[in-house]
Design a protein around this ligand. Sequence first.
Ligand SMILES: [Mn+2]
Length: 292
Amino acid sequence: MSEVLPYTFGGIKKIPASQARFMILPVPYEGTVSFRTGTKFGPEAVIFSSRYMELYDEETDTEPWENGIITLPVITQEVDSAGKMMKKIQKTVGKLLKDNKFVFAIGGEHSISFPIVLEYRKKYPDLKVLHFDAHADLRKEYEGSKFSHASVMRRISEIGCEIFSFGIRSLSKEEADALPEIRNVHINFAYKCRNQDLIKMAASLPDGNYYISIDIDCFDPSVVPDTGTPEPGGFTWYEVTGFLKDFVATHNVVAADLVELAPSNHYCPGSFLAAKLIYKTIAYVCTSQSKS
Ligand SMILES: [Mn+2]
């Protein structure tokens, strides 16, 4: 059966770019990963699994694929320089943005968010970032690289974007000490999120245009063990999707990414969850816009 499905996100038939609103962008970049490797296999595993999802979404009673979803060619890795890789991603995203596309990137490591945000911010100067992660990712640099996955939110904060981070439960003393000075980053630690109404937190974020960055390690390792640095104490499926549903209903989301999946194989639960989370987010975005 698998052989008859096209190797595209959702197994969705190819359509001309002009008819599509959503662009699935596979970026299997793994340049600076620290602990367990394998994020470069993320996009392929997610796309493989996505072909077995139902394309009808029962929660929104919609068929999100009808809004036009295209799977783009992979952005291949520049091996000699992280900076070159960042430029390559930015260039690709720039072209898609000109055509008003909603880019949904699949990593790869978290570093890929920075060039995408840089590009979207040109069009949306008020761009804010909704960030799900176990890690703050606020190091000045890591292992000699300023484009490290462990520094990505620091880089984004430096260009002036406001960042709202949820699920954080791992950061260095250096990052914790820097927090009071990095005023545009709002950290919601996991231990605090667990005792609060996440839905209320979602709706209370300021208005504006948003980029959503989902590090798969925001989930508890019992839900998704397939990631580079699995940290205990993470979110469940309904905590993340419930938050996203309410957030997307009240805010304008212009692009997103899902990063840091390190699949043990194509059939691992994490790759199926990631595929479904991407499709759900698209369903929420489409439903929210049809209401407005
Ligand atoms: Mn992380």
